[in-house]
Ligand binder design. Structure first.
Ligand code: SF4
Length: 363
């Protein structure tokens, strides 16, 4: 089963995911009484139609399937990015309502204790609740990422680490710790929300309808397949290769068995590419920038463009932990760039603060 990928097409996520779980015979893997944790992607407090977060209807469909098979020890676990609060994301993304409806607890991993795990020479802190669960169901969104290009199964595990670690991961270049985390934290099942993920940016805003849900047990294989769906070769995503080398899974689509369901709905899939976020990022010199910081800057640049002022911005804009303790010419965004002659304080600063700062420094 590790070399299988199951794909279903359609627009009714509750029904789709239940059919997918039945077809893949997932109930056979579970034992009565085992704790089951559902880990969606709620990186920001935005509804899933904006392209950043996991549809609550997918999670609802999984809960219905588990309850129907008499598995009741279920929780939903997540830690949003450092720029947001998880309870806010639970509420705005529709998980608070689902939790009440099914009496399933929500666990904020930003508040959880953590345990240190060594993978080779790298020490990683991982949230206790994620480590302790008997069966971890990873439910990422398939979308692009402004720094790693692509985010899906492997990168979604970053929600299972404390906020201090999230900052450290950026200073380590993201790819290596993402791959190592997947080695330390075993995922039993991946169910990918590929309904409406963002084309260019992990924070949403350019959602692209793809109307499918993908299931697989091997997160490396799932990511290899899913990255191809948004136009990347696995070699372009460094953490996929690293995870494969660590033995997390196999990135070989030639040995994969594909199962497709409701294929008649494929023809209805629409795809409208937009390269807006990527084009805006070309104005920035980023070095190990945290997503929350970088995302705010892209939003700020977007706002400047909306007001017709983007082309008045001259000189370099620097952002990221790589500029710490460096005296550099240009405009700095965030505390890490305090060596710039002009920089904006904050860790991370808000997009609104960034817009004001940039407007005050137009030529
Ligand atoms: S200033 Fe920005 S890049 Fe630096 S640590 Fe804070 S959030 Fe990360």
């Amino acid at each position: 089963m590790k070399n299988e990928i199951h794909i279903i097409y359609g627009t009714n996520p509750i029904q789709m995911v239940q059919e997918l779980l039945e077809k893949a015979k997932i109930a056979k893997d579970l034992d009565q009484g085992m704790s089951i944790a559902l880990k969606p992607n709620l990186v920001v407090a935005k509804p899933s139609y904006e392209g950043a977060t996991t549809s609550p209807f997918i999670v609802e469909g999984i809960i219905q399937y588990l309850l129907a098979h008499n598995y009741k020890n279920i929780s939903i676990i997540e830690g949003s990015w450092v720029g947001d609060r998880t309870p806010r994301a639970f509420k705005i993304c529709g998980y608070e309502a689902a939790s009440r409806r099914y009496n399933i607890p929500l666990v904020d991993l930003q508040k959880d204790s953590s345990q240190e795990v060594m993978v080779k020479e790298l020490s990683l802190k991982i949230c206790q609740k994620a480590l302790e669960t008997n069966y971890l169901i990873n439910i990422p969104v398939l979308k692009a990422h402004c720094q790693t290009l692509f985010t899906c199964a492997l990168k979604n595990l970053k929600g299972c680490i404390p906020n201090s670690e999230k900052r450290r991961y950026h200073s380590l270049g993201l790819h290596k710790p993402i791959a190592y985390l997947a080695k330390a934290l075993q995922v039993d099942l991946n169910i990918v929300d590929a309904l409406n993920g963002d084309l260019s940016f992990e924070e949403g805003g350019n959602p692209i309808r793809m109307d499918r849900i993908i299931l697989g047990k091997d997160p490396v294989l799932v990511d290899t397949y899913c990255s191809s769906l948004i136009g990347y070769r696995k070699e372009e995503i460094a953490y996929i290769k690293m995870a494969e080398q660590l033995g997390v899974g196999l990135a070989d689509l030639t040995q994969t068995k594909f199962f497709e369901y409701s294929t008649e709905l494929k023809n209805k899939v629409s795809f409208q590419p937009s390269k807006k976020a990527e084009r805006l990022a070309q104005k920035v010199e980023a070095l190990d920038a945290c997503s929350a910081c970088f995302g705010g800057l892209i939003h700020g640049l977007n706002r400047l463009e909306d007001s017709g002022k983007l082309n008045k911005l001259k000189g370099e804009i620097l952002i990221g932990q790589g500029y710490k303790h460096q005296a550099r010419p240009g405009l700095g965004i965030g505390n890490c760039t305090s060596g710039c002659p002009k920089y904006l304080k904050g860790c991370p600063p808000s997009a609104l603060e960034i817009v004001e700062f940039l407007k005050n420094n137009l030529k």
